[in-house]
Design a protein around this ligand. Structure first.
Ligand SMILES: NC(=O)c1ccc[n+]([C@@H]2O[C@H](COP(=O)([O-])OP(=O)(O)OC[C@H]3O[C@@H](n4cnc5c(N)ncnc54)[C@H](OP(=O)(O)O)[C@@H]3O)[C@@H](O)[C@H]2O)c1
Length: 267
């Protein structure tokens, strides 16, 4: 496995096993994206509301990478017209299509069938290759499927050994929905955890690298964000070690449904 390794999605399309996050990537977005692509990252996660899409477009251009060689994920907000928002995102990204378009979060009023139909139209017209959701519970995903028959390809949710759900993983696996793990480094809040640090020392890796590898081992797709080049390098240098079964059990046992953002919306 390496950062270019891909997993098969329910639609037959393919997605890299990890990506780079860009929320609050305010310090030189273009330079960071150019560096990430040079280091070997092949998936970029953004959103219409991060303010990073123009910088990502610039970073992609500077890198000279071909369109087929990288995977772009972006999101529409829970209010407004999802189809039009998709078009706006493409304009900012200076792309004719993205690989994955997500509903950023469920609207307060329900699962967001209209948003979902907007994304279905965007997919039919080739503006995005796949569509999915973010911050959705299993009940809300069921409601979308019941209303439209269209199963999301991905649910992007906060996910780390400190905060995850076996029920959600089982549900997603059964329906061939990929879990993308956001805030996989707990936004640094749990990097000093003692059990994590002990495991990291054993493999001569950093706590952040162990958190990323934990995801890869469970076939969930981590999206660590890093502004600093040394962090970008560290986070992609995770393909030369394997966490043992015993250590995976210890890591799995750290679950406290922790959220660095408040609550896990899917638990
Ligand atoms: N769908 C959603 O609702 C949603 C919500 C939140 C996040 N996301 C996505 O998921 C991505 C990742 O989540 P996140 O940004 O919340 O948090 P994160 O990736 O868990 O943590 C980012 C923080 O960790 C630091 N860091 C990165 N690598 C490190 C390392 N090797 N050692 C120590 N510290 C390190 C970064 O510092 P520097 O930046 O200084 O390098 C930054 O402060 C986001 O950028 C976004 O794309 C999606």
């Amino acid at each position: 496995m390496d950062p270019r390794t891909e997993i098969a999605l329910r639609t037959g399309n393919r997605m890299p096993v990890m990506g780079v996050g860009t929320w609050q990537l305010t310090n030189d977005t273009a330079g960071t994206i150019e560096a990430a692509l040079e280091l070997g990252y092949r998936m970029i996660d953004t959103s219409g509301d991060y303010g990073t899409q123009p910088g990502i477009a610039e970073g992609i251009k500077r890198s000279g990478i071909e369109r087929g060689a990288f995977y772009l994920v972006t999101k529409v907000e829970e209010v407004g017209d999802a189809y039009q928002a998709t078009r706006r995102n493409l304009d900012e990204l200076q792309l004719d299509h993205v690989d994955l378009m997500l509903i950023h979060r469920p609207p307060k009023t329900g699962p967001g069938e209209d948003l979902w139909r907007g994304l279905m139209r965007a997919k039919e017209e080739g503006l995005t290759r796949d569509i999915g959701v973010s911050n959705y519970s299993t009940d809300l995903i069921d409601a979308l499927i019941d209303a439209t028959g269209e199963v999301p390809t991905v649910n992007q949710i906060e996910w780390s050994p400190f905060g995850y759900s076996e029920d959600m993983l089982r549900y997603a696996t059964e329906r061939h929905i990929v879990i993308q793990a956001y805030s996989p480094l707990t936004r640094t809040k749990r990097l000093r955890n003692e059990a994590l640090a002990e495991i990291a020392a054993k493999y001569n890796k950093s706590p952040a690298q162990v958190l990323i590898r934990w995801n890869l081992r469970r076939a969930t797709v981590p999206l660590p964000k890093a502004n600093q080049r040394r962090h970008l390098e560290e986070n992609i240098n995770v393909f030369d070690f394997e966490i043992s079964e015993g250590d995976m059990e210890i890591l799995n046992g750290l679950n406290e449904h922790y959220s660095s953002l408040g609550t896990l919306p899917y638990v």
